[in-house]
Design a protein around this ligand. Structure first.
Ligand code: C5P
Length: 236
């Protein structure tokens, strides 16, 4: 069986400023979520895409996807999301048919991930890795901080981890289905911001493959400008 992609798209995207839920905001005139679905569907590895939409926007999301259908070789379904990303992913996983053995989890907020990255993640899972994450070196130096003694005061720095040993991770993250289900079942909080972190807690090895700059996450207004520019360049 081909892999399934679960796309959590139920976030509000408040850091992007006021407006529609993030996944529904347009880039190049097309909702971010549609770009994300296309990015998964373009990979020959993916046969099913499960979109996890804001519960109160299910019919809107279904009609947007009907307006912008993926190739007929790929099936798309829409389910309602939850209050956190982790809960939304869990709800997406619950909607997978029994024959799916490889699952990619991909943020709607990374609409322009290249197909080569999707293929590379899926191939590494197929080759036997239980959990595979695309990642890039970090370009900024990163500081660990503590809470200030008085709220609003400057934050005290606690440590400066060696940048050469840090990676910024992206999606799609790819998993052996049973491993990912077990990781979500074992989790005691609902606050994980990536799925591989839950697998790490099980003691199952997680490996990195090269990510791609164009798989960046659209979080803040500047990211929207970058996404528009990148898409315009791809279209010329
Ligand atoms: O907030 P952040 O950018 O990390 O969100 C990553 C992804 O998780 C986004 O695609 C967002 O729509 C999704 N999400 C979700 N359900 C939530 C919160 C976020 O599906 N409750």
């Amino acid at each position: 069986a081909r892999a399934a992609a679960v796309i959590p798209a139920a976030g509000l995207g408040l850091r992007l400023g006021p407006g529609a839920p993030k996944a529904l905001r347009p880039i190049g005139g097309v909702p971010m979520l549609v770009h994300a679905v296309r990015a998964m569907a373009r990979s020959g590895a993916v046969g099913l895409v499960v979109v996890v939409a804001p519960a109160e926007r299910l019919s809107l999301v279904s009609s947007l996807l009907a307006e912008h259908p993926p190739p007929p070789s790929v099936e798309v379904s829409v389910v309602a999301g939850g209050a956190t990303r982790q809960e939304s992913v869990r709800l997406g996983l619950a909607a997978l048919p029994a024959d799916v053995t490889v699952v990619l989890v991909h943020d709607a907020a990374r609409p322009l991930v290249p197909v080569a990255t999707v293929d590379a993640v899926a191939a590494a899972v197929r080759a036997g890795a239980p959990a595979v994450v695309p990642a890039l070196p970090v370009t900024d130096t990163v500081k660990a901080v503590a809470a200030p003694a008085v709220a609003g005061e400057p934050e005290p720095v606690v440590a400066t981890p060696d940048r050469a040993l840090l990676r910024a991770v992206q999606t799609p993250q790819g998993f052996d289905r049973e491993t990912l289900l077990a990781a979500h079942r074992a989790s005691t909080s609902d606050l994980a911001t990536d799925d591989a972190g839950l697998v790490e807690l099980l003691g199952v090895p997680v490996v990195l493959v090269p990510g791609h700059e164009e798989a960046f996450k659209v979080t803040r207004p500047l990211d929207l400008l970058l996404a528009e520019a990148l898409l315009a360049r791809r279209r010329t």
